[in-house]
Design a protein around this ligand. Structure first.
Ligand SMILES: *Cc1c(COP(=O)(O)O)cnc(C)c1O
Length: 377
């Protein structure tokens, strides 16, 4: 049922041919494809340096490490994300300070300031579903308080604000190339930065902290890992980058179609993208009205039974038992509400407008049935 999953990859003959070529070449890893992919990422986003990793999770770990996040630092971040966003700084001993979100799923920039303490080290944001966060305001807060700004842009390769691409804001940005992200290398990630020192440290941490000397001699200068992207994966990155804009165009056409179909609906909200922004439309989230929240399980089941590969993004990270056990109970009003209300509809580059029509028809038909069976308060 990949066709109507909430997201899926697009692999064509060009991708396959590239991979086959690498497989027949002498270098399966540590060759020239990684460099070529990194150059393409820089050219596309306008960031000075791209350092690829074998996943966004390891890229996040690298980014958090090289900017000096450590024990007892406080990191202001969003709970509406995949767990890796916070897991990787928790792995370094830092503490999450959860900031509530807005109904578009993005961190509420107006609530950041009051969470800042002398221990605050960084603000970590996520462009939810591909919609850019309020970068201008958040960059100003980070600058004013001398905080690092890191963008987990795993959803947002191809998104932009006033023509400036996501990946070029803040101190570092992280992309994911997991199978269902805006482009894929099967598994993979990258850190984008303009900071030369970070770039140097990131290259070290992804490959054992070793530098080549002369002949057989090398020196391990810092503690590193093996977080390298393979040549096979990087080849996919190179050929997928060529198609990125067409993917984004198709996802936006589907999203615009949904907007048209849903514009008079009173039973749910959709995520609005401002006219000066482009979203990668990695997700197409809809937010049920409160009176339908108690029916979400039934609605979800019915949607799936009708062939729609819907999903929910995300359970607030603080509601996971690891976080509850380690940091105690947290409850943020909008984030909790968002989780009770959100459903991601299928929106990806393998879909036709006919598919989108089927999704919209099916969704509207199912949701109407629950209109008069709402929850009581
Ligand atoms: C997918 C995702 C990750 C993890 O990416 P991987 O490449 O699978 O490690 C991290 N953060 C967010 C917001 C994601 O959506």
């Amino acid at each position: 049922m990949a066709r109507l999953d909430y997201s899926t990859q697009w692999i064509d003959e060009e991708d396959v041919a590239g991979v086959v070529e690498v497989l027949k070449s002498p270098y399966l890893t540590q060759g020239k494809k990684v460099e070529e992919f990194e150059k393409a990422l820089c050219a596309y986003t306008g960031a000075k340096y791209a350092i690829t990793f074998n996943s966004a999770t390891s890229a996040l770990f690298g980014a958090y490490t090289v900017c000096g996040i450590c024990e007892a630092d406080e990191i202001i971040t969003t709970p509406i994300s995949f767990v890796a966003t916070s897991n990787m700084f928790v792995a370094l001993g830092a503490n999450p300070i959860w900031c509530d979100v807005k109904l578009d799923g993005n961190i509420d920039e107006k609530q950041i300031q009051k969470l800042i303490t002398p221990k605050t080290k960084a603000i970590v944001v996520v462009d939810f579903g591909g919609k850019p966060v309020a970068m201008e305001q958040i960059e100003a807060i980070a600058k004013q308080h001398n905080l690092l700004l890191i963008d987990d842009a795993s959803h947002a390769l191809g998104s932009s604000i006033d023509g400036k691409k996501i990946g070029s804001f803040g101190d570092m940005s992280i992309f994911s190339f997991h199978a269902i992200k805006p482009i894929t290398t099967s598994e993979g990630g990258a850190v984008m930065t303009n900071n030369e020192e970070y770039a140097k440290q990131l290259r070290l941490i992804r490959s054992h902290g070793m530098v080549k000397k002369e002949l057989w001699n090398s020196d391990m200068v810092s503690l590193g890992h093996n977080f390298r992207m393979t040549e096979v994966a990087a080849s996919l990155g190179v050929t997928q980058m060529k198609k990125l804009d067409s993917f984004i165009q198709i996802r936006n056409e589907i999203a615009f179609y949904y907007e048209e179909r849903f514009k008079n609906e009173k039973l749910f909200l959709t995520q609005k993208i401002a006219s000066n922004q482009i979203s990668s439309r990695h997700l197409y989230p809809i937010i049920l009205n409160p009176e339908l929240q108690c029916k979400k399980e039934d609605i979800f089941k019915e949607l799936q039974a009708s062939g729609l590969g819907v999903q929910v993004h995300y359970k607030p990270i603080y509601q996971n038992s690891f976080y509850k056990n380690k940091f105690g109970e947290v409850s943020l009003f909008v984030a909790n509400d968002f989780y009770r209300s959100e459903i991601s509809l299928p929106c990806h580059q393998q879909m036709s407008l006919e598919d989108a029509k089927f999704v919209a028809d099916t969704f509207l038909q199912i949701i109407q049935k629950y209109n008069y069976r709402g929850c009581s308060f």
